[in-house]
Design a binder for this molecule. Structure first.
Ligand code: NAD
Length: 434
């Protein structure tokens, strides 16, 4: 059996010294991967395997638009690593989708699933399109044709998508239906994030925000900071941000600032999160919110708070603003909100960062529960889902913290070390086929 303990020459990193683009997500991921791989003294062969995605698929997606003309979109699906189980990862519809971005997000999914120790590998997909300019019918046709184009990779045992930017339960329902029509029977475990009526899990919608609340609670306890009265600023009051804010408030925290794409509001006495959610339900955005003082998204990040929760976009904490951040804890609800260059600046300031691959892993954890429920054909109560989510998030936080203290590294490096070592063990056991 071939194994990975092969060459003794040093790790080859063809791009290690080239200029790094701070905002390229693939490079941001690779810098963190390299750091952890070095600390783990990863064998060169295995290093090369984990650095490269297993499969990269690019497809043309021809679609009849409502005006009768045919448009051809580009669709991408990347499977980064499937050693631990079926590939898992969302599908986004966005003009900014690129192969580099999808590769990075796919690798992040490998590490995220390994951090929380669920039996999935990592994948991601996307279609380069502008859903804001598309009708529901056009969205459906894009979804169905993209699904048909990548159907060979999809399946409950091979590749299980989920919603991501600009895709939702509805899109997952079309994907599941298209797949099921092709194979000739209903296969609801081919995707997660489905409507509850057709096999979606209770608690999935709240899972990422709930996970953020749980790890923030653990971080506060670790730092011996009381939860009651801890001040919180949330950038991005969408699914993740609003639920996390709501649950943190329920645990006694004081949410002092919230924002969305239209801007933010700060209120030192505390924002009533339920009221803000009701405002969003009525007005769609926070624009014109009547509580507190307006604040820009840039300045919200610099507020003097106990907990900063970036839950909107990538690359908002960079080398340009990291030195000015005053929060004591950063809980990364979004994927990739901090650039690799900003990591060391935050470390120097003693800021405790709960990295994205741990902080927002509650979503994929309940997606895993959804897949399990679909395959077992037996559905759990919301209470059971939340209890099992709690167990996984608490154990994962503790495992990452332990490694971080043991190796005197920050939580991000520790999370990568934990993930890479879990994936590596399986590779060593499986060996290289042929
Ligand atoms: P969402 O669309 O529900 O919410 C996004 C929020 O960010 C909205 O309030 C939007 O107005 C705001 N926003 C957009 N552009 C902004 C800008 N320029 N400045 C400030 N705010 C802006 O999305 P979501 O599902 O809450 O996802 C948020 C982040 O969390 C993304 O990075 C996503 O990849 C990540 N994430 C989500 C899940 C999940 O289960 N939803 C799981 C893991 C990670």
């Amino acid at each position: 059996m071939a194994d990975f303990l092969l060459p003794s020459h040093p790790i080859v990193r063809p791009d290690k010294d080239r200029f790094l683009n701070e905002e390229n997500p693939f490079e941001a991921m690779m810098v963190r991967f390299d750091r952890a791989a070095e600390l783990l003294d990863l064998e060169p062969g295995l290093y090369k395997v984990l650095r490269n995605p297993e499969k990269q698929i690019i497809v043309s997606v021809p679609v009849m638009m409502d005006n009768g003309e045919v448009e051809v979109f580009t669709g991408i699906r990347v499977l980064h690593n499937t050693s631990r189980g079926p590939a898992k990862g969302g599908i986004r519809f966005d003009m900014n989708v690129s192969l580099d971005e999808v590769k990075a997000l796919a690798a992040w999914m490998t590490w995220k699933c390994a951090v929380v120790n669920i039996p999935f590998g990592g994948a991601k997909g996307g279609v380069i399109c502008d859903p804001l300019k598309m009708s529901i019918g056009e969205m459906e046709r894009v979804t169905r044709r993209y699904t048909a184009a990548i159907i060979q990779t999809l399946g409950p045992d091979s590749d299980v998508p989920a919603p991501d930017v600009n895709t939702n339960e509805r899109v997952m329902a079309w994907l599941m239906d298209t797949y099921s029509m092709h194979v000739g029977h209903t296969v609801n475990a081919v995707t997660t994030g489905k409507p509850v009526e057709m096999g979606g899990s209770l608690g999935r919608r709240e899972a990422t925000g709930r996970g953020c609340m749980m790890v923030t609670r653990d971080a506060l306890a670790h730092l011996k900071m009381p939860m009651k009265g801890a001040t919180v600023a949330v950038q991005g009051f969408g699914n993740v941000g609003s639920i996390a804010a709501q649950l943190l408030q329920a645990e006694g925290c004081k949410v002092v600032a919230i924002s969305d794409r239209t801007g933010g509001y700060v209120h030192r006495k505390g924002i009533d999160v339920e009221h803000a959610i009701a405002w969003i339900t009525e007005h769609k955005t926070l624009e014109g919110y009547t509580v507190g003082e307006p604040i820009s998204n840039e300045n919200l990040l610099l507020l003097d708070v106990d907990v900063l929760l970036p839950a909107a976009l990538e690359n908002v904490i960079t080398t340009k603003n990291a030195a000015k951040i005053r929060a004591k804890i950063i809980c990364e609800g979004a994927n990739g909100p901090t650039t690799a260059g900003a990591d060391s600046i935050l470390d120097d300031k003693g800021i405790f960062v709960i990295p994205d691959i741990l902080a927002n892993a509650g979503g994929v954890t309940v997606s895993y529960f959804e897949w399990v429920q679909n395959r077992g054909g037996y559905y759990w109560t919301e209470q059971v889902v939340n209890e099992r989510l709690g167990e996984i998030m608490v154990n994962s936080f503790a495992a990452v913290l332990k490694l971080s203290l043991q190796h005197k590294v920050n939580m991000r490096t520790a999370a990568y070390m934990l993930a890479i070592s879990r994936v590596s063990i399986v590779h060593r056991l499986r060996g290289i086929y042929a």
